[in-house]
Design a protein around this ligand. Sequence first.
Ligand SMILES: [Zn+2]
Length: 381
Amino acid sequence: MTKTIDRISLGAMSPGTERFILAHRYGTKGARPKAYIQASLHADEIPGMLAAHHLIQLLDAAQARGEIEGEIVVVPVANPVGLGQIVNGAHSGRYELRGGSNFNRHWPDLYDGLLDAVRGKLGADKDANVKAVRAAVGAKINQMNPDSELARLKVELARLAHDADMVLDLHCDDEALMHVYMQPVHWEGFGDLAAELGARAGLLCMDSKAQSFDETFSLPWSKLKEAVGDTFPIPNACFATTVEFRGQADVFDEMATKDAAGLFRFLQRHGALAGDPGPVPAASCEGTDLEATDIVRAPSAGIIAYKVALGAEVKKGDLVAELVDPLAEDQSQARQPVRAVNDGLVLSRCLRKLVSPGDGIAMIVGKTKLAHRKAGALLSD
Ligand SMILES: [Zn+2]
């Protein structure tokens, strides 16, 4: 089957501004496994788009060699709405300017109504149950009536991704080491993705409560599984992950070429592509509970002066940064220490050095769950 490229309209919010998403489709529709990969849902996170560009070239070559085994869909620009949000020279691609919402939050709850939709269709055959669930989710998406460009973007991306066995959402952090998010249940089977990409953290969370893109597709399975208990076999049939391709400035062909090769080997190992990916590389991290990762927050407004580098190992109480008050009259009183509350690896830092009270200024990946991380949302907004 030859490759096709779907050009999907998002309509127009004002005359003459119709935008599109492009979906590169490889393999036969319905072939298994299906992998869905998209880049830069937060549109100012560029590394994923460059990795997708390199991956598409690798997939085109694989297609020419007849190596597509499953179905692979790549959307290299997941968010053309945010891609165009350049205001006075500054790209603002995380929140939709029209309504203010974070593009990777508040995705439709595909579990809502699912139990009722599949009740009576489930049985002892696990594969038949998977088919029934996918059909019900697909039917729910088909009934959605998006009334805006953003809503249409969500529906169209969900339509492409909802029935995939593997959903890879390529993002990046501010300034960060490579890391991945996934549900704990998938670490054993799909943690090789972290190894292939050289990830320094595998952050595991069943439900961050953020209604992020990846969880939109993994959560219906875990929720349904919990709801039906042992009555019917329901596998966690969608491995969905957010991959953070380092930081916003880490956009280089040298990195993106290697990252794409890592994604390619991952797709080989999981059967979407023919060919031998070789052994899984030595892991550069273990999977750790997201509740064990602290988001260090600025206690007040000021200028952040970091005292630790990315990749540093810190202990509880270590100085992470000093917050400088540029309006202090006595300069000896201008600096406020910000200390780590856990032992761990400094995974990310803030690019913007002028911060407001409560801003996340660093992520520190620990191994012991932190009580204060259980209370609220586990992801930064
Ligand atoms: Zn992002």
